[in-house]
Design a protein. Sequence first.
Length: 262
Amino acid sequence: MSDSNDSTNIAVQAKDVSVYYGDFRAVKNINLDVARNKITAFIGPSGCGKSTLLRAFNRMNDLIPISRMDGEIVYRGKNLYDADVDPVEVRRRIGMVFQKPNPFPKSIYENIAWGARINGYKGNMDELVEESLRSAAIWDEVKDKLDQSGLSLSGGQQQRLCIARTVAVKPEIILMDEPCSALDPIATLKIEELMRQLQEQYTIIIVTHNMQQAARSSDYTAFLNMDTTDRSGYMVEFSETSAMFTNPQNQQTEEYITGRFG
């Protein structure tokens, strides 16, 4: 993948993307431009393919043997699904934070250092660990216990540790799959504040079931729904979040965000 800086403000594009699991089409015909250094939220009812679409952006669906994708994900002018693209490199550039915090069963320090090390980091590891933990707003809470297990932290701290682990390998885009669904309201607000800080350096795409979270935290929102005939997910509407939540253009969107269905 070339490192030539694209002059546009688009970080990554989905072009006519459909994802299949065996014969089942999970999402169909998605076209989406994700703005650089903005937070884009995917909302919609359960089963409409939000997480499947999210995982298409860094080829995580490749890890499911029966999955395949039609269309293109274009990043830096290159289709990430071209035969000459290394999916491991894709996942370094486009990191992922999962629904359930999943620290490695290692020390807090090693949770950060391990990924950087296997990605060939040759700089000062102590500095990288501190910088990564600071950028995830957890340094002050863990700086005196870096040798303790990452699993000893609270759920919200574990999720911030996972975010620190993601930023340690210097991605450009961070995917977050319902990163707050296992957290209490206070920990959730901390993650939302953190996302706003991180967007100065990263492009963020988040899947959320929480309408208030999408309204509070994102700049753009894509609303997906499920086709009642073939159960595949499709995009109903995509716009700036403020516009979607105050003046949705589609009746389905209005019914969903006002809680009349879903």
